[in-house]
Design a protein around this ligand. Structure first.
Ligand code: KIV
Length: 294
């Protein structure tokens, strides 16, 4: 058994065709080697195929699916069934990246038992390799119970979108002494509990740098400056597909929205003018077959 495992590891190391998924160990190793970690969200099969092909380390099936795919105002309406459905599609589309599924609002707030069952659904039904949940000290009992069920966790602190009503809007966190100290403490407690990485969202860069330097687990920043161990963005934002407000921390690596709109308008005109489909898009039939039809 042990011998078999050794051989398999060797074949992967030799660049054989076996594609191994990124694991929690890979992610921890990256921090140890000072290699940056890449994470992007995806919500469907097609995008997951592309993100995986690009060699991104982790795909987050974020509850941002609520805003960017389902048209909700925020993430609060997203359900466990939504998350399982989208996670399954992303897992089918990826071979290499680690798939992390978000635990949606209220799926881990009611009881520890429910939280473990819901985290288990994302692994068992969804096929994810890990889950992410928001919060620090106040979520420790739930974090510990999920970890006890052998489910790896990505923590998430700072501007946690599920707390939007509590925060009174999407506000950068940790700007004053009290909230900055709370974030440092939350990161330490999550690390001690055993999460394998921590997302820092909407946190001043210098504070994120301090948290990162003190942490033994990797930090993954979004709106948290350049000194985190890795970065994550919502894919629709970075590809320029989203309409409406785009946060300051987003860089548009492409502007696909206008390109898609132009293609859709061209399609409409060509269909209406009768120039699409052309002969090159049509199938032929022999004339003698056609002539004998009527
Ligand atoms: O749901 C999501 O997309 C997220 C990222 C913003 C980290 O949680």
């Amino acid at each position: 058994m042990l011998m078999g495992m050794k051989n398999r590891t060797k074949r992967i190391a030799e660049g054989d065709q076996i594609v191994a998924r990124v694991t929690t160990a890979t992610i921890r190793d990256k921090k140890a080697k000072n290699d940056k970690i890449t994470m992007l969200t995806s919500y469907d099969y097609g995008m997951a195929v592309l993100v995986d092909q690009a060699g991104i380390d982790m795909i987050l099936v974020g509850d941002s699916v609520g805003n960017v795919q389902l048209g909700y105002e925020n993430t609060l309406a997203v359900t466990m069934d939504d998350m399982v459905h989208h996670t399954r599609a992303v897992v089918r589309g990826s071979k290499h990246a680690m798939v992390v599924a978000d635990m949606p609002f209220l799926s881990y707030h009611i009881s520890i038992e429910e939280a473990v069952r819901n985290a288990g659904r994302l692994i068992q039904e969804g096929g994810a390799q890990a889950v992410k949940l928001e919060g620090g000290e106040e979520r420790l009992p739930v974090v510990q119970a999920i970890l006890n069920a052998e489910i790896p966790i990505v923590g998430h602190i700072g501007l946690t979108p599920q707390s939007v009503n509590q925060f009174g809007g999407f506000k950068v966190q940790g700007k004053d002494l009290e909230t900055a100290r709370k974030l440092i403490r939350d990161a330490k407690l999550l690390e001690e509990a055993g999460v394998f990485s921590i997302v820092l969202e909407g946190v001043p860069g210098p504070l994120a740098a301090k948290i990162t330097a003190a942490a033994t687990v990797p930090t993954i920043g979004i709106g948290a400056g350049k000194d985190c161990d890795g970065q994550v963005l919502v894919i629709n934002d970075m590809l320029g597909i989203n309409q409406g407000h785009i946060p300051k921390f987003v860089k548009r690596f492409a502007d696909l929205g206008p390109a898609i709109l132009e293609a859709l308008r061209d399609y409409k005109s060509e269909v209406e003018e009768g120039t699409f489909p052309g002969p090159e898009h049509s199938y032929t039939i022999k004339d003698d077959v056609l002539e004998r039809l009527y």
